[in-house]
Design a protein around this ligand. Structure first.
Ligand code: V55
Ligand code: FE
Length: 480
C-alpha cells in the first residue's frame, strides 16, 4: 500500500512524521566544551507515526512511541533513537499500515486488531530498580534495554500491578530511591478507580491505595510530598457510551468543577480530602510541598480546556488558553473545601521541571518551556521562586526547545546547582542540537552545543540517569 500522510496542520514543518531510527556514536561538538562530571544517560520519548493514521485524522498526543537516548561518557556523547516495539507496533509492522483508530478509542480499531492492546508507549522513559521503562498512561510500561533501547516486553512489576495502566508521570525519588506512581481509569476505560503505588528500591510495592475519583477523567500528572499524594481532577471526562459511538476519549464539561484529592500516604484510603474550584485544566505539575498544615501545588494551569481537540458535549471546540504557572494552596486544618490560587508568573510556560531531588519539598528553582512565539519558536525559562523572576533563554529566531532536564552538578550540590540539558530544534536548518546550559545562569547561553545531523521530532518527557545508577540500579543523590 502507498504510504502517504494526510495534509494535517499537525504534520507541517517540525511535526512531519520522521520515522527514522538513528545511531550516532560521537556527536560533533560545535560550541564550548562538555562539562566534566556529566556521566550518564538522558532518556526521552515522544510520538511519531509508524504509518498514516487509519482514520485520516490525528492529535499530537497520539502516535507510536520513539525512544531516544543521549549517553555521556566523559566528553564523548552518543545519540540513539528506536521505535518502541510494543504489541501495537508489531501488529502494524506486519500489516504495513495503521490498525488503530481514534486516540484511545478501541471501538474505532480495525477488526484485525481486536485482541491487541492499542497503547502507544509514547510519553516518558524512567529508570528504577535496574529497569528502563517506557511509559504511556493508556497501558502498562514496556521494559527497554538501557544500552540499545531494544524493547523487551510489557512489565507489570512481576504481577504486583493489577491496574490496567500506569501513569507516564511517576516520581522517581532519587534520594530515597523509591518509585511513586498511580493509575487512573485503573480498572478500564471510563472507570472512576484510581490507585497510588509506592515501590521500594527493589521494585516491591510497599503502599497501594485505591480510591474513587469524582468523575472518570484525564489525570495526566500528580505530585507527592512526604505525607501526601496529590491528584488533580479536571473536567475532561470519559464516557463509555460516547466511546462506543466512536467519539473522542475525553470531552470538556464546562459545568463541572476542578477537584483536587489529597491522599494520606501509607494509609488505607481513609482521610482523603477533596478540594473544589472552578473548571480549569492542566497537563503538568512543577512541584508540591507542605508548609505546616497547608499543601502547595505548583502547576501549569489553563483557565479552561487545555485540549481544544477534545470538544464539549455539544461537539463544540473550545478556544485556546495559555498555560500559566499557578500555585494552589490547600489548608488541611480548615474544613472548607475551597482553595487559594496565585499566579507565579504571567509568562506562559509548559513542560515544567525542577531539581528532582526536591520533588515534594520546598524549592526555589523551576525550569520550563516559555514563549511560544509567532514564529513557532520557544525558549527555555528558569523561574526563581524567591523573587518570582523568570529568565528566558532563546536559541535565536526560528528555534524551539524540548522539555529541559536538570542534572545536579554533583550528587549533593545545592538545590538548582547543576546543568540544564535542552534539545534545540533549528526550524529552518531542519536539524536539532543538544545544548548544555549552566542551570544557575541560563542567560549566559550554552556551555556546550553538540550537533545532530537529524531532526528530533518533538519529545514529551525524559529522565537523567547517572552512570553509577545505571550500573548499580540504585539512586544515591542527596538534598544538601
Ligand atoms: C497528555 C499527554 C498525553 C496524553 C494525554 O499533556 C495527556 C497531557 C503525551 O500524551 O496521552
Ligand atoms: Fe506529560
Amino acid at each position: 500500500m502507498e504510504i502517504q500522510f494526510p495534509p494535517l496542520p499537525l504534520y507541517e514543518n517540525w511535526g512531519r512524521p520522521l520515522r527514522i531510527e538513528s545511531n550516532i556514536d560521537g556527536l560533533v561538538l560545535v560550541e564550548g566544551k562538555v562539562p566534566a562530571g556529566l556521566n550518564g544517560t538522558w532518556y526521552r520519548c515522544g510520538p511519531d507515526r509508524q504509518y498514516p493514521p487509519m482514520l485520516g485524522d490525528d492529535v499530537f498526543i497520539d502516535g507510536e512511541g520513539m525512544a531516544h537516548m543521549f549517553r555521556f561518557d566523559g566528553d564523548h556523547v552518543s545519540y540513539r533513537s528506536r521505535w518502541v516495539e510494543n504489541d501495537r507496533y508489531k501488529l502494524q509492522a506486519k500489516a504495513r499500515r495503521s490498525l488503530f483508530g481514534r486516540y484511545r478509542n478501541k471501538y474505532t480499531n480495525d477488526p484485525g486488531a481486536a485482541d491487541t492492546h492499542m497503547g502507544t508507549s509514547n510519553t516518558n522513559v524512567i529508570f528504577h530498580a535496574g529497569k528502563c521503562l517506557v511509559l504511556k498512561e493508556d497501558g502498562l510500561p514496556y521494559e527497554l534495554d538501557p544500552d540499545t533501547l531494544a524493547t523487551r516486553g510489557v512489565y507489570d512489576f512481576g504481577g504486583q500491578v493489577t491496574a490496567v495502566s500506569l501513569s507516564a508521570h511517576p516520581k522517581v525519588d532519587v534520594v530515597d530511591d523509591r518509585l511513586l506512581t498511580y493509575s487512573f481509569q485503573a480498572r478500564g476505560d471510563a472507570t472512576r478507580d484510581v490507585v497510588f503505588y509506592e515501590m521500594n528500591r527493589e521494585g516491591v510495592v510497599t503502599d497501594e491505595i485505591w480510591f474513587e475519583a469524582p468523575y472518570s477523567s484525564l489525570v495526566h500528572d500528580f505530585t507527592v510530598t512526604p505525607d501526601y499524594a496529590i491528584f488533580p481532577f479536571f473536567p475532561l471526562i470519559t464516557d463509555l457510551d460516547n466511546l462506543k459511538r466512536g467519539g473522542t476519549f475525553y470531552r470538556w464539561h464546562p459545568n463541572e468543577q476542578t477537584v483536587v484529592a489529597i491522599v494520606p500516604r501509607r494509609g488505607k484510603g481513609q482521610g482523603i480530602r477533596f478540594f473544589r474550584g472552578p473548571p480549569t485544566s492542566a497537563g503538568h505539575m512543577m512541584n508540591a510541598f507542605q508548609d505546616g498544615s497547608t499543601v502547595n501545588l505548583d502547576l501549569c494551569l489553563y483557565s479552561g480546556n487545555c485540549f481544544p481537540f477534545f470538544p464539549t458535549l455539544e461537539g463544540e471546540r473550545t478556544s485556546m488558553v495559555p498555560p500559566i504557572l499557578t500555585r494552589l494552596t490547600f489548608d488541611l486544618n480548615s474544613s472548607a473545601d475551597g482553595f487559594a490560587s496565585r499566579v507565579l508568573t504571567p509568562m506562559p510556560g509548559e513542560m515544567p521541571r525542577t531539581d528532582d531531588r526536591y520533588q515534594g519539598y520546598p524549592y526555589r528553582n523551576g525550569f520550563m518551556i516559555v514563549m511560544r512565539g509567532p514564529d513557532g519558536g520557544s525558549a527555555v525559562g528558569h523561574i526563581d521562586h524567591a523573587t518570582g523572576t523568570v529568565t528566558p533563554y532563546s536559541f535565536g529566531p526560528r528555534t524551539s526547545v524540548h522539555e529541559p532536564q536538570f542534572v545536579p552538578r554533583t550528587p549533593d550540590s545545592p538545590e538548582g546547582d547543576g546543568w540544564l540539558l535542552v534539545i534545540v530544534n533549528r526550524l529552518d536548518a531542519n536539524h536539532s542540537d543538544l545544548a548544555i546550559l549552566d542551570a544557575t545562569n541560563i542567560a549566559a547561553g550554552p556551555v556546550a552545543v553538540l550537533h545532530l545531523p537529524v531532526r528530533v521530532r518533538s519529545t514529551f518527557h525524559g529522565t537523567w540517569v547517572p552512570a553509577g545508577t545505571l550500573a548499580s540500579g540504585r539512586y544515591t543523590q542527596s538534598r544538601a
